[in-house]
Design a binder for this molecule. Structure first.
Ligand code: ZN
Length: 399
């Protein structure tokens, strides 16, 4: 017999003694573990006006006002309910704990997404500590891509890094679309392909860079993956820049084109392999990183000297082509040196946290170099158009 039946019998006896039927047991809906979850039971109790009024009246916070007052009976009933829930698979402690942890994590994520503040370098986790000369204004780890992309519109150490290459990427996409679609029959398919290689290199480099700087605060795994893509993008830009220069520089010598483009492909492949190395993105390897890309870029000196020797150093075309190539090289090298040495922030730590730190300057110089190169290869293409096609485009090797 249950405790509830005992209580009912006691009330009946009391009514018989008093000769009345006024005394009644507070009725409570019997909880059925087969059809209801313990959560719904608790919800019902919380919504029960009767219960709420009792709580208000008592003001002592009795959790279950309709339960018998005898604590032993209460404990027995509760343990019966819990046992039934567990046995009936209604209450899986592991699942409940897991759900609770999941909900807590979601709440924390939402809170961080809604409101986060830039922080000091020392507050960053190890995987986000890159440049200790930027003391304040860092994004904390943001646990979702949505939060990372929303951070584009906030001011922090990465804001200008993101926007410089985002705007550059959009500009090159527009230029590529215009060049490849609107130039019509003036430029043939092969030359569109050659320019396409440069546009692709620039768009991939700037696009990967922009995405890396946007999501690098997401998690160590994402930061590592996108930093590798960022460095691979630089290799693609250098390779893509070589293609049109070598194509127009040695327009009528197929073999030279093949040799230089093969050499660029091998160097590009090697630099991509190095970029995929885990340690390559670590702060301690900053100078080595800059060195790898500078060496790759400076390998362009070989075809440039070859061009000067073949075409002459002092004619207008050589001066223009080599001059623009030199300007591009200087921009890349100056940017890379500032990046490697972290100039200017190393002289005034904390003064360049948001604007004009070395990485931004490096980005601007990369962008400037890419535009200079586009101007240079456009000039070379225009010159070739005015000169006309080669009589013997596939001349034998003649180094
Ligand atoms: Zn960057």
């Amino acid at each position: 017999m249950s405790h509830y039946s005992d209580a009912e019998n006691s009330v009946s006896s009391l009514n018989e003694v008093l000769g009345t039927s006024d005394v009644q047991l507070r009725k409570r809906r019997v909880w059925d573990p087969d059809t209801e979850s313990i959560a719904s039971e608790i919800k019902d109790l919380l919504e029960d006006d009767d219960v709420n009024s009792l709580v208000e009246e008592d003001c002592i916070g009795c959790p279950l006002p309709s339960t018998p007052e005898d604590e032993n009976v209460l404990e027995t009933e509760m343990s019966d309910v819990l046992k039934a829930a567990v046995l009936g698979d209604e209450l899986d402690i592991t699942t409940l704990a897991h759900n609770a942890a999941g909900q807590a994590e979601q709440v924390v994520r939402r809170l961080i997404q809604v409101s986060w503040n830039v922080c000091h370098f020392n507050k960053l986790p190890d995987w986000l500590q890159d440049n200790d000369f930027l003391t304040y204004g860092h994004r904390p780890p943001l646990p979702s891509f949505r939060a990372c992309f929303k951070s584009i519109f906030r001011l922090h150490t990465e804001t200008a890094n993101i926007w410089t290459h985002l705007l550059g990427c959009v500009a090159f996409i527009g230029m590529a679309a215009f060049f490849l679609c609107c130039s019509g029959s003036v430029i043939d398919f092969q030359e569109k392909l050659v320019f396409g290689a440069f546009f692709l290199g620039a768009i991939v480099c700037l696009g990967f860079s922009c995405v890396f700087h946007t999501v690098n605060c997401h998690s160590p795994v994402i930061a590592s993956l996108f930093s590798k893509l960022d460095y691979c993008g630089i290799s693609f830009l250098i390779m893509g820049s070589f293609v049109p220069w070598v194509y127009y520089g040695f327009y009528c010598n197929f073999n030279k084109k093949v040799i230089y483009l093969s050499a660029v492909s091998v160097l590009g492949f090697l630099s991509i392999m190095v970029s995929l190395w885990d340690k390559f993105s670590e702060p301690a390897w900053r100078t080595f990183r800059a060195g790898v890309f500078m060496t790759f870029g400076l390998s362009g000196i070989a075809p440039a000297i070859h061009y000067g020797v073949t075409e002459g150093w002092t004619n207008d075309m050589s001066l223009k082509n080599l001059g623009l190539l030199l300007l591009m090289g200087v921009l890349y090298i100056v940017g890379a040196v500032m990046y490697a040495l972290r100039i200017p922030e190393r002289f005034c730590p904390g003064k360049f946290d948001i604007w004009l730190h070395s990485h931004q300057i490096f980005h601007v110089f990369v962008l400037g170099a890419a535009f200079v190169h586009y101007h240079g290869i456009s000039e070379m293409a225009m010159h070739q158009l005015s000169v006309g096609k080669c009589d013997m485009p596939f001349t034998p090797i003649n180094l």
